[in-house]
Design a protein around this ligand. Structure first.
Ligand code: ZN
Length: 248
């Protein structure tokens, strides 16, 4: 029934749900690394601990009319909250613009599950197992809506080969260089992506992720004359996988 609604309803629904989801993800990504749980009580200011009211919790708009500051203590709310909400809205928007029906919905779910992984890897070089597992389970349940041309065998092979390929590279790198070149979460994430895209989607994901990596190094070098020490390769893989889904 939902799918029979006019196109503009899809756009609106995708963007509204996207911002709400983004606001939840922003809270998750700021609280989880500090050891707090998102479900612990109401949202509160990180600085003065004043609980936030309904007016403070409207995604995007709250940030804009509070000008990025807590109304009680003036503590600045990180701009990343706004970026995450906008990115999440954009995921929903792109999904319905580029795809349609169940495929658009599955693409949005794929993007929304990748989003916290991209953020946490980018900010903390951390790909929590729970989030990778959620992405993998969703891939088993909804992957067929996103990539209907991929059969079950190819999907399962994608999961297995995705994990094994990056794990082999990771181990080889560690043996050769005696340092950790890649986080342990990267192979798991690549496997989870394989469950969504099938093994056929993996080479392109890797290629595009490497390209994003080079672009980020070039950009960082241009801005600060330093190349970054550690690269959030999982974040690049997440962005690559979502781009492939839209453009395929
Ligand atoms: Zn405050």
């Amino acid at each position: 029934m939902l799918l029979a609604l006019p196109f503009w309803y899809h756009v609106m629904f995708a963007m509204i749900f996207g911002t709400i989801w983004g606001s939840f993800i922003a809270a998750l990504c700021s609280r989880w690394p500090r050891g707090e749980r998102v479900s612990d009580g109401r949202s509160h200011c990180d600085d003065c601990q004043t609980p936030l009211g309904a007016k403070d919790l409207v995604p995007i708009l709250s940030y804009l009319w509070l000008r990025g500051k807590c109304r009680h203590c003036g503590h600045s709310i990180g701009i990343s909250v706004l970026y995450i909400e906008l990115a999440s809205a954009a995921i929903g928007l792109f999904a319905v613009l580029f795809l349609s029906g169940g495929q658009a919905l599955a693409a949005a779910v794929f993007g929304w599950l990748l989003l916290p992984l991209v953020i946490l890897d980018y900010q903390k070089l951390w790909l929590p197992n729970q989030l990778v597992l959620a992405l993998a389970i969703a891939g088993v349940c909804a992957g067929a809506f996103l990539t209907p041309e991929i059969n079950w065998l190819d999907r399962i092979l994608g999961g297995i080969f995705g994990f094994l390929a990056l794990e082999a590279i990771r181990q080889a790198f560690r043996k050769m260089r005696q340092v950790e070149g890649m986080g342990g979460g990267d192979p798991k994430l690549f496997g989870a992506i394989g469950l969504w895209l099938g093994w056929q989607g993996l080479p392109m994901t890797l290629l595009l992720a490497t390209l994003f990596g080079f672009l980020c190094i070039a950009l960082a070098f241009a801005l600060s004359r330093k190349s970054p020490q550690q690269l959030p390769f999982g974040a690049y893989m997440g962005m690559a996988a979502f781009s492939i889904v839209l453009l395929a």
